[in-house]
Design a binder for this molecule. Sequence first.
Ligand code: IMP
Ligand code: MG
Length: 178
Amino acid sequence: MLQDIQNVLYSEEQIHAIVADLGAQISRDYAGKNPLLVSILKGSVVFMADLMRAITIPCEIDFMATSSYGADVKTSGVVKLIKDLDRSIEGRHLIIVEDILDSGMTLSYIMEMLETRDPADIRICTLFDKPSRRQVNVHAAYAGIEVPDEFIVGYGLDYNEKYRNLPFIGVLKPEIYG
Ligand code: IMP
Ligand code: MG
């Protein structure tokens, strides 16, 4: 696995400091609101697990799964709902927890769908943001780190379902997907 990584972009320690900061911001902003954290499977599970423990106020969690990438490094533009939320979100304060905001297609599809269910409000919390690749207008209220236009893996992020279990964020060698 390690031989496929060109370089380490963020260490475990660097990621944890950023996640702690996001958790503190959310704890302040949502005090008394019992927010519902919605993790977008599967890429955001590692981030979700750390973020929820960095939040010091009561909150609940749920999961959703979509697919658009398959075995590719860029979006197909077609987003498919694979798993829906378990419970109603009417009147709830939603925080969508995403690993990386790239073209924005996935999150704009999810936001549009969830808004029809009358939540109190919806905000996005993404660990990584690649603003240079945005195709649709999606804004993350909480964004951990801006990353350059390189394909990154680890800490939940995959290439063709691999590398999610790396504890750090690395840049994949282009020959792996090229
Ligand atoms: P978007 O719909 O283009 O914004 O894509 C968001 C999804 O694409 C993320 O949830 C990731 O699963 C995947 N993705 C985008 N960029 C990367 C990357 O650099 N590494 C791994 N997955 C990525
Ligand atoms: Mg993915």
